[in-house]
Design a protein around this ligand. Structure first.
Ligand SMILES: *Cc1c(COP(=O)(O)O)cnc(C)c1O
Length: 953
C-alpha cells in the first residue's frame, strides 16, 4: 500500500502489524489466509474496469469539476421537495459531525440516550403538528410512508372488513406516491380506485382511502365530510400532509384522519436530488402494535430513573419474520434528528414566522401575477399557486424562467405551478414576477408588502403545538450548540471506539467522502429538475452504476431503493416480473434459510410470495439435502432462493454453487442479500456464486455512515435477463424496457449520499477495494485466534477460518454463571465499547465484525476487554464473585452510581468503572443504568411528557 494513499488511511492495520497477526493466526501470508477462506471455485481475478485510485485531494478537485455540471437553479417545482434553510448550528454540529452521523441504530440504549432523546422530540413534534396520538422515529420517504399506511391498515382490518380489498386514492396526490402505491398494492391483491374525493360514495369493498393535504395542486381541501362518509363505512383515512403547512392548518388529527404521513424535508433538510429526507408516520393509539419502523419510548433504568429505548422491539423483523407486515429496518434517523433540531431551534414562534412568510409570499406572488393579467387557479392554498397559460405561453415562461435560472413546475398541460419554500425571499419573487411580465409584455408589478391569508376560516389552525419546554428553550445559538453537545456526549459513535456490529459493517466514513455533501451544487438540486441541469449527478450515477456492476459481476444496477430491505423487495419484484413475462407468474415460493435476516421473509411476503424455510446444518451451512427436498417439492412454484453470502454465520459456504445450480434447475432465481459484501469485493462476487440479483447496503460496504439508524441506500444489481425489469419512475425515466413501477419516491433514491460511495470507490480503486476485503477478513480471523481460547467460536469454514465476522457462543455462561449475553453486551460499555450484534443470527451469541478500518491496537483493546470479561465470568463460576451482585449484572455503571456517598456493592468502584488499564485514557460514561425494556412496553409513552404521568398497570 502506498504510504499516504487513501487506502492507507482507510485501512487500519499497519504493515508492521501484519506479520504478527498472521503468525498468531498460523498462516504465512495474507494471501494464504484468503485462499483458505474463500473457496477457489468462486474466486474472481480482479476488478478490471475500475478507475485508478485517486488521492483525497485529486478526488475533490475532480469532483468539483463534476459538481460544476449541476446547474444551481432556484427551485419552485414542489411536489414534495422545497428549498430550505439549514441552520449553520445544525449543519456543523450534526450533519458534519461524526459524533452524530457515525452512530448505529440505538440497540444499546444506555449509550444511545442522546439520539433517542432527539428522536423522541421528533415524535413529539410530529404528534403535535399532525394532531395524532403516536408517531414513529421516521420512514424512508413520503411515498413509502403512504404505502406503509396502506399495508398497516390492511393487516389491521377489523373482522367485518376482512373481505374489503379496495383502496380509494384521490386523483390529486403526488404522482410518485401513486406509482409507489401501485407497486406495493399489486402483490397484496389490493385494488386501487382513483377518483375525486368529492364524488366518492363509500362502500363496504373499501378498507381505506388516501388524500393529500394540501393536495398535489397545492389546494387546501376541506375533507371533513369525506372523512365522515368514510367513517360511516368503516373506511380508514390516510392523509399525506405537508408538515410545514400544518403550522397554519387544522391538523388532520382534528378532522378524523387515522394515519397521517409526510416528509419532514421542509424542516431544514437540503433537497439533495431527492434525499435523504425523513418521512414521518403518525397514527392513533389503537394501531400502536402495527406501526412500521422504529418507535422510541420512555421507560426507567435499574434505579427507576427515566430512560429511553426502542419500544416494542419484539416487533422487530428478526422476530416477526414472515409474519411481519413491513420490512423497515434502516430508516432515516440522522434526518429525523436534524428535522427535530430545526424545530427546536426555531420553536413554535419561529415556525409560525417561517410558515406565514412562505404562505404570504405565495399570496403576494399570486396577486402580482393576477395584476399582470394572469389567472391563478388555486383558491385556498399554502405555498403553491397555479397560473393558467396557453400552451404557447408555457414555452415562453419556461424559456424566460430558465434564462433567469428559475425552475417552475410544468407537469400539467396549460398550467405553470410555482411552489415556494423557506428559501424564497423578495428578490426571488421579483425575478418570478419579471418572467411573467416579460411573457405578458408588461412592466413588472411591485409586490404588496402585506396580505391576508387565503385559508378558509374553518381550516385555520387554532390549537397550540410544540408547548413542551424542549421546543421553547434553545433558540440562541449558544444554547442550541450546548444542547446538541449534551446529547452527543451521551452517545457512543465511531469517533469514540470500534463498533464491531456483525452484519452491519461499521467501517470508516472518511471525511473526504462526506465533505462534498455540503456543496450546494449537490445539496440544492431538485430530484425532478430538468435533465440538462443535473449532468453532474447523472455522471456520478452512471459511473457508480458501472462500478457496482463490475464489483458484483452483474449487468445493470438500479440505485432507487433507500435501504437494504427495500433492495430486497425491489429485487423480488423484479424476479416476479421476470417470471410473469415468461408466463410463469404462478411461481410464488421463496426459499429462505433459517439463518436469514428477518427482512428477507418480510420482503418476500410484501412481494406476494410464500416463504418456505430451508434448514441449516450444525455447521451453519444450508442443509443441501433439505434444499433438494424443498426444490423438488415446489419445483413448479419455485420463484427464488434468498441467500446471504458469506452466510449470516460468517462462513463462505463451499457448496454455494451446488445450491444455486439446484435452484436454477428448478426454474428459480437466486437473490443474494448483499449485507456481507464486505467479505466479497474483489475476491468473489454474486455472479460468481450463481446469483441473479443482489442488493448492496451502501451504508455497510460502501462507506455511507449509519447515521444512528439511517440514512442508507440499497441499490440492486442484476444479471442481463433481469435488466429490463429494473424499477421505473413516473417523472424521471429510469429502469429497463419492461420496468416495474417505482420503489422509492425519488428516481435515484437518496441522490446526495450516493456521492459517498462514489468517493469510496474512486479513492480506493480496484486494489484498495480488494485490500479492504482482505484486511476485513484478516482482522476477523485475528480476533478469532485471540478469543477462541476464551469463547467458543460457533462456525468456521472448511479450513477453520472465518469470513469477515465471527460468532461467539455465550450460551454456556447462562448455565454456569447465570450470565446472559446481554450482560456481556452491557459490561462492554464499562470498557468503552459498543457491544457486537447480540443474538443474531443465533440466540445467546455475539457476532463480531471488526472491518478493515480498525487498527491492531484498537482490536487488541477490544479483545482484552472480552478476555477480561471472560475472567469476570470465571469469578462468578468459581464463587469469587456473587451470582447476582457482580460487575456483569450491574453493568453498565454510571458516574452517578460510582460517586454516590454510599457504595454497597461487593466489588470496588475501580473494578466497576476502570476494569482495564486502557480505559483510563478513553472512559465513556453511560448516562443511564440498565434500561428496563418490559416496563416501557407495558407503559408505552412515546412523546416528551413528564415522567410523572406514568401509571404502572
Ligand atoms: C442490514 C441487513 C439487512 C437490512 O438492511 P437495511 O439496509 O437495514 O434495510 C438485510 N439483511 C442482512 C443480512 C443485514 O445485515
Amino acid at each position: 500500500m502506498d504510504i499516504q494513499s487513501f487506502a492507507w488511511r482507510h485501512i487500519g492495520v499497519r504493515s508492521e502489524d501484519i506479520h504478527q497477526m498472521l503468525s498468531e493466526i498460523g498462516v504465512s501470508s495474507l494471501d494464504e489466509l484468503i485462499d483458505k477462506t474463500v473457496p477457489a471455485k468462486i474466486r474472481v481475478k480482479d476488478l478490471t474496469g475500475l478507475d485508478l485510485p485517486k488521492t483525497e485531494r485529486k478526488f475533490l478537485t475532480s469532483l468539483k469539476n463534476i459538481a460544476s455540471k449541476n446547474k444551481l437553479f432556484r427551485n419552485y417545482i414542489g411536489l414534495g421537495y422545497y428549498g430550505t434553510v439549514l441552520p449553520g448550528v445544525i449543519q456543523r454540529n450534526i450533519f458534519e459531525n461524526p459524533g452524530w452521523y457515525t452512530a448505529y441504530t440505538p440497540y444499546q440504549a444506555e449509550i444511545a440516550q442522546g439520539r433517542m432523546e432527539m428522536l423522541l422530540n421528533f415524535q413529539t413534534m410530529v404528534c403535535d403538528l399532525t394532531g395524532m396520538e403516536i408517531a414513529n422515529a421516521s420512514l424512508l420517504d413520503e411515498a413509502t410512508a403512504v404505502a406503509e399506511a396502506m399495508a398497516m391498515l390492511y393487516s389491521a382490518r377489523s373482522k367485518e372488513k376482512q373481505e374489503s380489498k379496495k383502496l380509494f386514492v384521490s386523483d390529486t396526490v403526488f404522482p410518485q406516491t401513486k406509482a409507489l402505491l401501485e407497486t406495493r398494492t399489486a402483490p397484496l391483491g389490493i385494488e386501487i380506485v382513483y377518483g375525486k374525493f368529492e364524488s366518492f360514495t363509500g362502500g363496504d369493498q373499501y378498507y381505506a382511502a388516501f388524500v393529500q393535504y394540501p393536495d398535489s395542486n397545492g389546494e387546501i381541501k376541506d375533507y371533513r365530510s369525506f372523512v365522515n362518509l368514510c367513517k360511516a363505512y368503516g373506511i380508514k383515512v390516510i392523509v399525506a400532509a405537508d408538515i410545514m403547512s400544518l403550522v397554519l392548518l387544522t391538523p388532520p388529527g382534528e378532522w378524523g384522519a387515522d394515519v397521517v404521513v409526510g416528509s419532514t424535508q421542509r424542516f431544514g433538510i437540503p433537497l439533495g436530488f431527492g434525499g435523504p429526507h425523513a418521512a414521518y408516520f403518525a397514527t392513533k393509539e389503537e394501531f400502536k402494535r402495527f406501526i412500521p419502523g422504529r418507535i422510541i419510548g420512555r421507560t426507567i433504568d435499574k434505579d427507576g430513573k427515566p430512560a429511553l429505548r426502542m419500544a416494542l422491539q419484539t416487533r422487530e423483523q428478526h422476530i416477526k419474520r414472515e409474519k411481519a407486515t413491513s420490512n423497515i429496518c434502516t430508516a432515516q434517523v440522522l434526518l429525523a434528528v436534524m428535522a427535530a433540531a430545526y424545530v427546536i431551534y426555531h420553536g413554535p414562534d419561529g415556525l409560525r414566522v417561517i410558515a406565514r412568510r412562505i404562505h404570504h409570499n405565495a399570496i403576494r406572488l399570486s396577486q402580482a401575477l393576477e395584476k399582470l393579467g394572469f389567472r391563478q387557479l388555486n383558491k385556498s392554498y399554502f405555498d403553491t399557486i397555479r397560473i393558467a397559460v396557453s400552451e404557447a405561453d408555457v414555452l415562453k415562461v419556461k424559456k424566460l424562467a430558465e434564462d433567469n435560472q428559475l425552475n417552475f413546475n410544468y407537469f400539467t398541460p396549460g398550467v405553470v405551478a410555482i411552489s415556494l419554500g423557506e428559501a424564497t425571499f423578495d428578490d426571488s419573487l421579483e425575478d418570478i414576477v419579471k418572467v411573467f411580465a416579460g411573457v405578458a409584455d408588461k412592466q413588472p408589478i411591485a409586490l404588496e408588502p402585506e396580505v391576508s391569508s387565503c385559508i378558509q376560516d374553518e381550516l385555520r389552525r387554532t390549537s397550540s403545538f410544540l408547548t413542551h419546554p424542549v421546543f421553547n428553550s434553545y433558540h440562541s445559538e449558544t444554547e442550541m450548540m450546548r444542547y446538541l453537545k449534551r446529547l452527543e456526549r451521551k452517545d457512543l459513535a465511531l469517533n469514540h471506539s470500534m463498533i464491531a456490529l456483525g452484519s452491519c459493517t461499521m467501517k470508516l466514513n472518511a471525511a473526504t467522502e462526506m465533505i462534498p455533501l455540503s456543496w450546494p451544487e449537490f445539496s440544492d438540486i431538485h430530484p425532478f429538475a430538468p435533465e440538462e441541469q443535473v449532468q453532474g449527478y447523472l455522471q456520478i450515477i452512471r459511473e457508480l452504476e458501472k462500478d457496482l456492476a463490475i464489483i458484483t459481476g452483474f449487468d445493470s444496477v438500479s440505485l432507487q431503493p433507500n435501504s437494504g430491505a427495500q433492495g430486497e423487495y425491489a429485487g423480488l419484484m423484479v424476479i416476479r416480473a421476470y417470471h410473469q413475462s415468461r408466463g410463469e407468474g404462478h411461481r410464488n415460493i421463496v426459499l429462505i434459510p433459517s439463518s436469514a435476516h428477518g427482512t428477507n421473509p418480510a420482503s418476500a411476503v410484501m412481494a406476494g410470495m410464500k416463504v418456505v424455510v430451508v434448514k441449516c446444518d450444525e455447521k451453519g451451512n444450508i442443509d443441501v439435502n433439505d434444499l433438494k427436498a424443498q426444490t423438488e417439492k415446489y419445483s413448479h412454484q419455485l420463484a427464488a432462493l434468498m441467500i446471504t453470502y458469506p452466510s449470516t454465520h460468517g462462513v463462505f459456504e463451499s457448496s454455494v454453487k451446488t445450491i444455486t445450480d439446484i435452484v436454477h434447475a428448478h426454474g428459480g432465481q437466486v437473490y443474494m442479500d448483499g449485507a456481507n459484501m464486505n467479505a466479497q469485493v474483489g475476491l468473489t462476487n454474486p455472479a460468481a456464486i450463481g446469483a441473479d440479483v443482489c442488493h448492496l447496503n451502501l451504508h455497510k460496504t460502501f462507506a455511507i455512515p449509519h447515521g444512528g439508524g439511517g440514512p442508507g441506500m440499497g441499490p440492486i444489481c442484476v444479471a442481463k435477463h433481469l435488466s429490463p425489469f429494473l424499477p421505473g419512475h413516473p417523472i424521471v425515466k429510469t429502469g429497463g424496457k419492461q420496468a416495474i413501477s417505482s420503489i422509492s419516491a425519488a428516481p435515484y433514491g437518496s441522490g446526495l449520499i450516493l456521492i459517498i460511495s462514489y468517493a469510496y470507490i474512486k479513492m480506493l480503486g480496484a486494489q484498495g477495494l480488494t485490500d479492504a476485503t482482505k484486511y476485513a477478513i484478516l482482522n476477523a480471523n485475528y480476533i478469532k485466534t485471540r478469543l477462541e481460547k476464551y469463547y467458543p467460536v460457533l462456525y468456521t469454514g472448511e479450513n477453520g477460518t472465518v469470513a469477515h465476522e465471527l460468532i461467539l457462543d455465550c450460551r454456556a455462561f447462562k448455565r454456569d454463571a447465570n450470565v446472559e449475553v446481554v450482560d456481556i453486551a452491557k459490561r462492554l460499555m464499562d470498557y468503552g465499547f459498543h457491544a457486537p450484534t447480540v443474538s443474531f443470527p443465533v440466540a445467546g451469541t455475539l457476532m463480531i465484525e471488526p472491518t478493515e478500518s480498525e487498527s491492531k491496537a484498537e482490536i487488541d483493546r477490544f479483545c482484552e476487554a472480552m478476555i477480561s470479561i471472560r475472567h469476570e465470568i470465571e469469578e462468578i463460576i468459581n464463587g469469587d464473585a456473587d451470582k447476582s451482585e457482580n460487575v456483569l449484572k450491574n453493568a453498565p455503571h454510571t458516574l452517578e452510581l460510582l460517586t454516590s456517598d454510599e457504595w454497597k456493592l461487593p466489588y470496588s468502584r475501580q473494578k466497576a468503572a476502570y476494569p482495564a488499564p486502557f480505559v483510563f485514557d478513553n472512559k465513556f460514561w453511560p448516562s443511564v443504568r440498565r434500561v428496563d425494556d418490559a416496563y416501557g412496553d407495558r407503559n408505552l409513552v412515546c412523546t416528551c411528557e413528564p415522567i410523572t404521568s406514568y401509571v404502572e398497570n
